[in-house]
Ligand binder design. Sequence first.
Ligand code: HXC
Length: 537
Amino acid sequence: MSTDRPDQPPAVDAPVDGKPRTWPLEDNLSTLGAMRDTARDGGGPKRIADQHAKGKLTARERLELLLDEGSFEEFDMLKAGRGGHLGGETEHLGDGVITGHGTIQGREVFLFSQDFTVVGGSLGAAHSEKISKVMDHAVRVGAPVIGLNDSGGARIQEGVDALAAYGQIFNRNVMASGVIPQISCIMGPCAGGAVYSPSMTDFTFMVEDSSYMFVTGPNVVKTIIHQDISFDDLGGAAVHAAKSGVAHFTAPNDVLCLRDVRRLINYLPSNNQQKPPILDLRDPPDRTDPALDYLVPTNPNQPYDMKVLIHSVLDGAEFFEVHAQWARNLIVGFGRLGGETIGLIANQPAALAGVLDSNASTKGARFVRFCDAFNIPLVCLVDVPGFMPGPEQEHGGIIRHGAKLLYAFVEATVPRITVIVRKAYGGAYIVMNSKHIGADLNYAWPTAEIAVMGPRGAAEVIYRREIESAADPAAALLEKESQYRKTFANPFLAAKCGYIDDVIFPRDTRGRLIRSLQFLEGKETVRPRRKHGNIPL
Ligand code: HXC
């Protein structure tokens, strides 16, 4: 049987009229080269220069910096937009987003990087299909997805198709939540739909002075509520890192932002079926720190910096803080103990005396849930005088927000260890990973004070009549306070009840934590079947 197929070009090396025939390979090769060059040029030299003039890198430069050298493999470079409904030049190769996969410290990640030089990085149908494709791959193979966002939101020319396109991404954000880590970097002005997808991912980075996030920009604010406000004041990195809590991390520029993403990835597993990578920082597990015996001041009302303890216990004193600028009264972040990633939650006596308020509760709850979803053990360092009192907090819903933290801890099945350093009062004691809500191991320093409330408040309530009728009420209050302190402000009552597994010397904290984590390694918890719980949002 003849294999001749008249409708197919002859094979490349089959001679025609005695000469090697290369058509159409040569043509196609040069077409491919030209198409790739066009795609690589994005919005052209002028817009690239504008991007650089704003202190921003291009979408491709960012990918190069983020990934291990030479590891990027691109998909859909030649995919073109559909054009809009308004005419004009709307078809661009790549459609304003670069997508593909590569490695960070040798571990696979999937990425998209929006190109602001092409129609403002705005999102139309093809752009969204490209992002959806890498997200689908990431979920299928179980690898993190990282989005570098620099986008004017829904592409106006594509009308409702652009809105539908956002829906496709939102669906995938939710389906991937708790399955693979999702990380967003905001590296330019992001408006409308461009902020909702990042806010459904696990971590959001923002670059100072060149990135903005808002649902509606300053112009719309001016039109609708007649208020003049700058980009920075409405949705700059400082605002979202310190006030709204939308940004988990900020960096002074693109380069440092991408470096921090690489650092974060090193703490995380690739998916929810794996454990985080182990990294030996050559820090002896049994290292003691005698200075810790003197960390807690003699005056119980004097603040100290909880970060001293955090840096002292963690491998190599390395702590990757999350939400460092928001709700500083609670510290959350990643570190390593004996090489293993842990999620650390600690009250900060140096900020608002370490009290739990609405923002701290929300911050803690989200972090606990992330760690639980991704097999990261939780270590909780406690010095908490209670929940923040007052109408501002009550009316702002501290009951609802505090309940989130409580819910998140109770729900968590990863290994959970607590060290009570000083105060652990009332509801806040229970919420901060106490034995009563399922912590595996609870230690206390000899300086711990575990009680229903602090000595002053307690004395005022239970001895009010005696104090009021005393010849010297101030002296009587002091005496009752001291009596209460002797009875309750220590860890020994709780230890006698078995609510504290051991009262430990502060210097030994690191060793105890590492040994505890080792034996909790195989922990398994069975939960009843359900569709999902109903966390108080
Ligand atoms: C089409 C857009 C665009 C968009 C920007 N461009 N946003 N094109 N659709 N959404 C284009 C501009 O026309 C311009 O094209 C180029 O991108 C650069 O934009 P500039 O305005 O010149 O840049 P800059 O001054 O830096 O301002 C950036 C910006 C601004 C703040 C993002 O462009 C802006 O306000 N855009 C609109 C933002 C917005 O409201 N988006 C819709 C959101 S609604 P040329 O050719 O001149 O270079 C939405 C709905 C989804 O997203 C909701 C889901 C829940």
